[in-house]
Design a protein around this ligand. Structure first.
Ligand SMILES: [Fe+2]
Ligand SMILES: [Fe+2]
Length: 214
């Protein structure tokens, strides 16, 4: 019994560490080099720079949310394989978080000040989804990645043509998110019923509008 309590306590400490580093450390260590490496930053006018920074701040916050969602799901997943897969996906999102953080630096900007809030909300959503059922939890990953993939496609249209470095990061992220979604579907993720996908779109729309500015 004591060992079980200790293991839960250990897990809680790990979650708190993960939350603090994902929401407060803008540039964790990436496993893969950034797709922007070796691409020289082209001169942007002030409007272009602010616009690109706003878009990359949204993407950075999206990655904070992805880590929180997966960590919340993993914290209450019933099946060990599902838990391992969710934690693996969260680790891959760390690359995205680091790459977006580097782009914010290069664009002379900063991450969203509200990242701890986004992390807490996304962690709670992930935990609730996983409490229902592991297949629902994986279905959440499928839908999240589908929406993120579409949103990154929009950003490829909106980013200034000259900002080739940010565009390279977003393009690689888009390919990775498609793979994450396919993996979750293959692992048994179900299609979420309406109105859940629409509610998720609404929540991410609020996040995007706020994170672009703050
Ligand atoms: Fe990602
Ligand atoms: Fe992903």
């Amino acid at each position: 019994m004591f060992a079980r309590q200790l293991s839960r306590f250990d897990r809680a400490i790990v979650e708190i560490e993960r939350a603090l580093s994902a929401s407060l450390d803008a540039k964790p260590e990436a496993q893969r080099p950034s797709p922007a490496a070796g691409i020289a930053d082209a001169p942007l006018d002030e409007n272009q720079r602010r616009h690109a920074a706003g878009l990359m701040r949204v993407n950075h916050t999206g990655e904070v949310c992805a880590q929180a969602l997966y960590s919340g799901q993993a914290a209450v997943a019933r099946d060990e394989d599902t838990r391992a897969q969710l934690l693996h996906a969260a680790a891959e999102e760390t690359d995205h978080l680091a790459w977006c953080g580097e782009r914010l630096d290069a664009l002379a900007s900063r991450p969203s000040l509200l990242n701890p809030l986004w992390y807490a909300g996304s962690f709670a959503i992930g935990a609730v989804a996983a409490l229902i059922d592991d297949k629902v939890s994986l279905g959440f990953v499928v839908e999240t990645e589908r929406q993120v993939e579409a949103h990154l496609g929009e950003h490829l249209e909106k980013l200034p043509e000259a900002d080739a470095a940010s565009r390279a990061v977003v393009a690689q992220m888009q390919a990775d998110e498609a793979r994450h979604g396919a993996m979750a579907k293959a692992a048994g993720g179900i299609e979420l019923p309406p109105p859940i996908p629409a509610l998720m779109r609404f929540a991410s729309g609020v996040m995007k509008a706020v994170a672009y500015r703050i």
